[in-house]
Design a protein around this ligand. Structure first.
Ligand code: ADE
Length: 426
């Protein structure tokens, strides 16, 4: 029976069916009060109970709540009745990339590069938070109204078609085309490598218009995946071939990493121009991040934040449940923020080391008078004069961490917090 027209929890009016999988259906819906469009995934508890996945889904929901990125479909809320679980998610107006490829065939290389840059941003961000997708495919890559990537179902690996109760690897159309060899071989796999493989398949499909591994005979297809046996279309350039072949390396240990993908020439583009990503992660230590300065400085920095579609910064000011991280929006250049943080570290006798990707690590050894503690501070560039600073506890006592955060770090940043947010530190 269809659910169209039903009012869910007196809050959302369900509209048309957007998609259907083994365990779930996705509907368009509108918030009755605000009129806002959302997508609601309706999961049948009976089916997942049968497959023994209820506990895993509950765990994964709590993880998903932590993932907020402009290129990842946001999970707004989760509701449940006796028989169903409802995921209320961000609505991606452009729908599935899969339908676009079916309708128009392969995409131009420049368009693919922009999408791929956003996909890599999303995947790298989720991996940095310990969240893996494990079922990346064109059907899970959605587009918003402006053609930007929105990856759906990040963290919901319990629902992947590959875990169906018959134990075989299927997708809804019967092909395991995106799945990494180590998963087929059940070797015990790491989520990072498996996601990179699937992104390699996505890259190939977008540029070729068809899957790299296909065969009517399922076992033959598995064999090709395990051997990494596929052909390049004639229009794939040498740079692109190099990248795809490193992503579709059947050996997960030698497969390319995201950092290497990002450093490669295809990713950067023939003219050195990267695809767009909304917020760039990481400060280049000791450099003035000039590229960013040029591309963004014509805009009012604050407008960028409030207008950027996928980047709902108001949500940054909520207490973030499980991990006790806190975030500050600071309107000063990175060099000043770093110097403030270094001063704070000195006061509590912590050593500061600069890691790749804008990460600062504060550490105090167990030999010190006040005991061991470490703090990670990540600096995200929004514009050259606007940064998002995320502070997280590493190891050590929570009480000590909170004391350092509240008594030492916070007072040294309070005067450079973005003014209109007032006292937004938490
Ligand atoms: N199909 C599946 N999930 C969707 C979403 N969040 N937005 C639009 N279409 C979808």
């Amino acid at each position: 029976m269809g659910l169209k027209g039903a009012i869910l929890m007196q809050k959302y009016e369900l509209g048309r069916l957007l998609g259907q999988g083994t365990f779930a259906k996705v509907y368009h819906a509108r918030c009755v009060e605000t009129g806002q469009s959302v997508a609601i995934k309706v999961i049948d508890k009976g089916k997942i109970r049968k497959a023994d996945l209820l506990d895993q889904i509950e765990r994964e929901i709590s993880v998903m709540r932590l993932v907020r990125h402009p290129n990842v479909v946001r999970l707004y809320e989760v509701m449940a009745t006796k028989t169903k679980i409802y995921f209320v998610m961000e609505y991606a107006k452009g729908g599935e990339l899969f339908n676009k490829v079916v309708a128009q065939g392969k995409f131009p290389e420049d368009v693919v590069r922009k999408l791929f840059v956003q996909l890599m941003d999303a995947v790298e961000f989720c991996h940095s938070r310990g969240v893996y997708h494990r079922d990346l495919k064109l059907e899970n890559i959605l587009l918003d109204g402006d053609g930007n990537v929105k990856v759906s179902d990040f963290g919901l690996s319990a629902l992947t078609e590959s875990r169906r109760s018959d134990g075989l690897l299927h997708t809804s159309c019967g092909t395991p085309g995106y799945v990494a060899p180590e998963i087929i071989e059940r070797n015990g796999y790491d989520g990072v490598g498996a996601d990179i493989w699937s992104c390699g398949v996505v890259l190939y499909v977008l540029l070729a218009g068809y899957l790299p591994f296909h065969d009517r005979n399922l076992m033959e297809m598995y064999r090709k995946i395990i051997k990494g046996e596929y052909k390049f279309p004639s229009w794939f350039s040498p740079k692109l071939r190099r990248l795809v072949s490193r992503m579709l390396d059947p050996n997960p240990n030698s497969r390319i990493s995201i950092a290497e993908i990002k450093a490669g020439c295809w990713f950067k583009g023939g003219n050195g121009i990267k695809g767009e990503s909304v917020v760039s992660r990481g400060v280049a230590w000791g450099e003035s991040n000039e590229k960013e300065a040029r591309s963004l400085s014509n805009l009012n920095a604050f407008d960028i934040i409030s207008l950027s579609d996928g980047l709902d910064l108001s949500k940054l000011f909520e207490e973030s449940g499980l991990d006790k991280e806190c975030r500050f929006i600071l309107c000063k250049p990175a060099s000043l923020i770093i110097s403030r943080l270094e001063k704070a570290a000195k006061i509590v006798e912590m050593k500061v080391s600069k890691k790749d990707g804008g990460l600062l690590k504060f550490e105090r050894s167990k030999e010190s008078r006040d005991g061991a503690v470490s703090i990670e501070v990540e600096i995200f560039v929004i514009t050259p004069v606007l940064h998002l600073v995320e502070v997280k506890r590493g190891y050590g006592d929570v009480v000590k961490y909170k004391k350092i955060l509240n008594d030492v770090i916070r007072p040294r940043l309070v005067d450079i917090v973005r003014p209109s947010y007032g006292e937004v530190l938490y």
